[in-house]
Design a binder for this molecule. Sequence first.
Ligand SMILES: Cc1cc2nc3c(=O)[nH]c(=O)nc-3n(C[C@H](O)[C@H](O)[C@H](O)COP(=O)(O)OP(=O)(O)OC[C@H]3O[C@@H](n4cnc5c(N)ncnc54)[C@H](O)[C@@H]3O)c2cc1C
Length: 312
Amino acid sequence: MPLTPAQLSEIETARAASTPTRRPTVPALEAMLFEAMPVLDHGFVRVVDYLGDDAAVVQAARVSYGRGTRAANEDRGLIRYLMRHRHSTPFEMCEIKYHVKLPIFVARQWIRHRTANVNEYSARYSILDREFHIPAPEHLAAQAASNRQGRGAVLQGAEAAHVLDLLRQDATRTHDHYAEILNEDAEGKPLDPARAGLARELARMNLTLGTYTQWYWKTDLHNLLGFLSLRADDHAQYEIRVYAEAMLKTVRAWVPISFEAFHDYRMGAAVLSAQMLAVVRRMLAGDAVAQEGSGLSRREWRELMAMLGQAD
Ligand SMILES: Cc1cc2nc3c(=O)[nH]c(=O)nc-3n(C[C@H](O)[C@H](O)[C@H](O)COP(=O)(O)OP(=O)(O)OC[C@H]3O[C@@H](n4cnc5c(N)ncnc54)[C@H](O)[C@@H]3O)c2cc1C
């Protein structure tokens, strides 16, 4: 996560300042504010602002005049009830803004989450840094045999070394060509005064999807939890999951009661179809149920057995 000395100094200045406010603040999140949490080889995620706290969820649910809070256990019970019954709008009263540095192929997955406000670094206006994602050897895995959207065993030996070498060479070469066709050095001076250089908005087309971009990403707590439930899940690609896992730490610091309810009723919970529920009821009644005759496809059966911690 190579932040420049100037960027680090800006972050330090921001962290040193404090402003008196009547608005509620959360000390645990204040402690994290502005600080960049490293993710992947050059990426980071950092909280740059937030609005609301657990009490704001309670306040909105009760539509109260003051903070809306009652005894701590009543507030906790209300938040857990709201989460359990997908009464989502009180969670939309809290907002958070992140600054994220991420590879373009991760950004393409991330941007599918439409319920956020995004402003991305302009590669029409500015030159992209010479930073591209190269996976760590332990994440260089083969295509999964059984899952077309997943990975299998980690590549080994000469094959792993060759793949890493090609990834590095291609990313380096495309960036070298980017600089050449832009005809600009790092300070923006022409490399060759005799050439005009291609416009930034066109030159970027040659870069690999591993090139890093940056954005400010703002969303509300409800939609953030939707994002995290999909992207911190085991089915999500590792390279986006690590961002979601870093963000989970910020949510736990920010709204610990909502986070606990989210963990219990969303991340750690399972949804059963009507047919799955019927199978569980039959099992509880002592029936020896097999996949055949259960009403479930083989895949659903496997998923149910995995949920129940039973061997297939
Ligand atoms: C494991 C995984 C694999 C995936 N594979 C693919 C893939 O192969 N190809 C692909 O294209 N995508 C893929 N996706 C992306 C996925 O289909 C969703 O686009 C993405 O997860 C965003 O989810 P969302 O729409 O719920 O989020 P958001 O866009 O944040 O929306 C949140 C909710 O708001 C509502 N909403 C938002 N916008 C609208 C709208 N315009 N109209 C109606 N309701 C709206 C919906 O209820 C939605 O669920 C994958 C995602 C995951 C997690």
